[in-house]
Design a protein around this ligand. Structure first.
Ligand SMILES: [Zn+2]
Length: 135
């Protein structure tokens, strides 16, 4: 098990595919993987490119703006650190990759497909995280 100092973040998930993402959040940066061979962006992090199969990738910082593609309102079971109802949105980022993120602090009644959103960096306890807010 890596320590927070060596992996660069406090998130409970730590492996060679996800650590860059959580280190990015520590620096208020939303990062995804960009295939080094074909340029395809991907999220969630994964070992290989779904488009060409390459195992080589680079970090790509997103500008943080996007549009809600779809969403759900989570009611049950309770999630530690979150109030319910909790909106969770699948967002088409301006760079063309989709990201799943919480929309806590947003009235669920105001969320629709097509809503423009921006990333907001937050801390959940000692873990760096992000959420989407209406732009
Ligand atoms: Zn590729």
């Amino acid at each position: 098990m890596s320590s927070a100092a060596t992996k660069g973040h406090n998130a409970p998930c730590s492996n060679r595919d996800f650590d860059f993402f959580y280190r990015g959040l520590e620096a208020n940066r939303l990062l995804v993987q960009r295939c080094a061979d074909c340029g395809t962006l991907r999220s969630l992090p994964s070992p290989g490119c779904g488009a060409c199969g390459s195992l080589d990738w680079n970090e790509c910082e997103l500008a943080g703006d996007g549009m809600v593609h779809s969403y759900v309102i989570h009611h049950h079971p309770p999630l530690p650190g979150f109030a319910t109802p909790l909106p969770i949105a699948l967002v088409d980022m301006s760079e063309g990759v989709r990201i799943l993120g919480a929309m806590d602090e947003t009235d669920p009644a105001t969320i629709t497909a097509g809503l423009r959103v921006k990333v907001e960096f937050v801390r959940r306890g000692d873990i760096a995280a992000f959420r989407f807010r209406g732009a």
